[in-house]
Design a protein around this ligand. Structure first.
Ligand code: ZN
Length: 217
């Protein structure tokens, strides 16, 4: 595949993923953003353009230093957060949302209590990165610390970040994180009861099983 074909194909997948975040209620309006690697570039959703208006000619690409390489539209203001992940991890795709249940959890605890074994799919109990102003290097640094040995985290009073080998994988991790957040909020809202939590041993056993997990679901 030529570089150009890879960029065109990746951009089409990126737009599809960004539209899914809106269609499935993980973001409202133009909040949230999506990126993916293509060759030496990072393709990323532009700032302030509704996803249903994005077409092939709206491609935005930057290099790993953040210099614009393709397109006229400005990259999302959360560019530093995405670039930090590509520089410091093996991420190939990143999804950032303001999903409501996950964001609610980020205002309540410093770690999402492990109420379900799917936490193992994100590397263990999901941490909350301390609040910092959106678009800043400080937020990117807080996020990287929260992501140590994890593929997803919450940003305090802000939202979610997940990454993966593909856009689909990063998206699925966001959907799981939002679902687990909703699960914990639902269970912990029952008066007079406290949700039971999984032990680290139970999570480790689930992680082991998930590693062998294929198409059987
Ligand atoms: Zn955001």
């Amino acid at each position: 595949m030529s570089d150009r074909e890879e960029i065109e194909r990746t951009w089409a997948e990126l737009v599809t993923t960004a539209r899914r975040t809106a269609a499935e209620g993980l973001v409202v309006g133009t909040s949230g953003n999506v990126s993916a690697r293509a060759g030496d570039f990072v393709l990323i959703t532009p700032s302030g353009v509704p996803y249903d208006r994005l077409g092939p000619r709206d491609t935005v690409a930057v290099d790993l230093a953040g210099r614009q390489a393709i397109g006229e539209l400005r990259p999302t203001s959360e560019l530093p957060l995405h670039l930090a992940l590509y520089r410091k991890t093996d991420a190939r795709a990143v999804v950032h949302t303001h999903a409501v249940h996950a964001t609610a959890v980020s205002t309540l605890v410093s770690e999402l209590p492990p109420v379900h074994y799917m936490a193992a799919a994100l590397g263990g109990p999901v941490r909350v990165a301390p609040y910092a102003l959106y678009g800043t290097e400080e937020l990117a640094e807080n996020m990287l610390r929260a992501l140590d040995n994890r593929t997803g985290c919450l940003l305090q009073n802000h939202g979610t970040v997940t990454y993966g080998d593909t856009l689909d994988q990063a998206y699925d991790r966001t959907a799981q994180l939002e679902w687990m957040s909703r699960l914990w909020l639902t269970a912990s809202a029952v008066p007079g009861h406290t949700p039971s939590l999984l032990t680290s041993g139970q999570l480790e056993a689930a992680a082991e099983q998930l590693r062998g997990y294929g198409q059987s679901r």
